[in-house]
Design a protein around this ligand. Structure first.
Ligand code: HEM
Length: 408
């Protein structure tokens, strides 16, 4: 269950708290009930966030050498910081992502998405397949983030590759060769970040001015570049794919009976890009009647907690606005609750409003596939094509095997 938790049978019963041993023999206490997940997140003294960025597959010496060669360090800054510096670092980042600054990006993003949707609609009308992950969702969050926060001058593709490599290196089950390759990729970009952290303006300059050490500035930028864009790209793709299978929701969007914001919330509840998040027990405690010794790794199953029947009326159904729909924990809770929630919601709302009509009359050629990962979904593609045009082409085409529309 640990590395493909989204593929678990949703109907299958699952205990509130259960110990699951991972691929290297480490036991984790998986917490499912939303009330218990919230209890853990609300108590950072007992359940600390220190292990948030620990590699789930211990790094072999070869990969550690590669990282050390790039002087890679991830000191406690944001998600993994239970120290006194956390509130100040968090508030500097939160200022950069202030709701007013996010709202100011909305017209620009709407115009960009509208333009892309027009182009993609023309491609679909011409009978060609369209990958909505690559051509619509993948780069949007990074483009918006770069308008809010000064980032190193690197091509979009390089940042995306680095971010995906980091998510794999720290959260996937891996062999030593793969770890070494990923460490090379992550270490290389870390070096770019270190140079930028020393001289860059905006957020980097503010963190420096507040007296934070260079490693802390790098660590904050590192986390922001991964958490602040890759997660939302994943969510946009997963949500569009979900909407492709929810024609009545799309019909409600068309008539205005279904609110875009409600669709986004139901998406976060049912298709969260971050399926689990970790804490580590600082002291001995009891959780839902289970004894939790100090040092235990807790895996909070955020996705499952969003389907808790004690919270949601119809837990497995995509019903925007239903009772309990907004009471998910996709953004965590408590002192470390996601500071990018307003931004992620704005981006998703724009994409739903502008791109949902694209899904009318298409067939899914290739559903998103997600590699094994403890925490992140990382969909690779989402290819659709027009049903009508595909049928026209089948009628018009000569009867040779090559002319039959192929699966992507
Ligand atoms: C759909 C998209 C997103 C999801 C599902 C998500 C989810 C999460 C989760 C589960 C956490 C850990 C919360 C906890 O420990 O209680 C988190 C933390 C964080 N997220 Fe997000 N996030 C998203 C987008 C973003 C964006 C767009 C940004 C910034 C541009 C961002 C920045 C952060 C930061 C800085 C933290 C650490 C906060 C702290 O430790 O104080 N996230 N996010």
């Amino acid at each position: 269950m640990l590395f493909r938790s989204w593929a678990s049978e949703v109907e299958a019963p699952w205990p509130d708290v259960a110990t699951v041993t991972d691929h290297v023999g480490v036991p984790h206490l998986v917490v499912t009930r939303q009330a218990l997940v919230r209890q853990v997140l609300a108590d950072p003294a007992t359940y600390r966030p220190d292990n948030a960025l620990d590699a789930v597959t211990p790094m072999p010496v070869t990969a550690l050498r590669v990282l050390a060669g790039h002087r890679f360090r991830l000191p406690p800054t944001l998600a993994n910081n239970s120290g006194a510096s956390h509130p100040e670092i968090r508030s500097i980042v939160a200022d950069a992502l202030h709701p007013a600054r996010v709202a100011a990006q909305r017209p620009w993003l709407t115009a960009l998405v509208r333009d892309r949707v027009t182009r993609l609609a023309a491609t679909l009308d011409a009978g060609a397949p369209v990958d909505l992950h690559t051509e619509l969702a993948a780069d949007l969050p990074l483009l918006v983030l770069a308008r809010l926060v000064e980032l190193p001058d690197a091509p979009v593709g390089a940042v995306k590759e680095f971010a995906r490599a980091a998510l794999e290196l720290f959260w996937a089950p891996l062999d030593a060769d793969r770890q070494q390759a990923l460490a090379t990729e992550v270490g290389r970009f870390h070096r770019v970040l270190r140079d930028f952290a020393a001289t860059g303006g905006g957020l980097a300059a503010e963190l420096r001015a507040a007296g934070h050490a260079p490693d802390v500035v790098v660590g904050a930028l590192f986390f922001l570049l991964v958490a602040g864009q890759e997660t939302t790209s994943q969510f946009l793709t997963l949500l569009l794919h979900r909407l492709a299978g929810e024609p009545s929701v799309r019909a409600g969007l068309r008539t205005g009976e279904v609110a875009v914001a409600d669709v986004v919330e139901e998406g976060l509840r049912l298709e969260p890009p971050i399926v689990t998040w970790r804490r580590v027990a600082a002291t001995d405690s009891t959780l839902g009647g289970t004894v939790v010794p100090a040092g235990t790794s807790l895996v909070l199953w955020l996705a499952r907690a969003g389907r808790d029947p004690a919270v949601v009326e119809a837990p497995d159904e995509f019903r925007p606005g239903q009772r309990g729909s907004r009471r998910h924990v996709a953004f965590g809770a408590g002192a470390h609750r996601c500071v990018g929630d307003v931004l992620a919601r704005m981006e998703a709302a724009v994409v739903v409003a502008e791109a949902a009509p694209l899904l009318d009359g298409v067939t899914v050629v290739r559903a998103p596939w997600c590699p094994d990962n403890l925490t992140f979904r990382m969909p690779d593609a989402f290819v659709v094509r027009s049903v009508e045009r595909a049928m026209d082409q089948q009628h018009d085409a000569p009867r040779s095997p090559e002319a039959v529309p192929r699966a992507y």
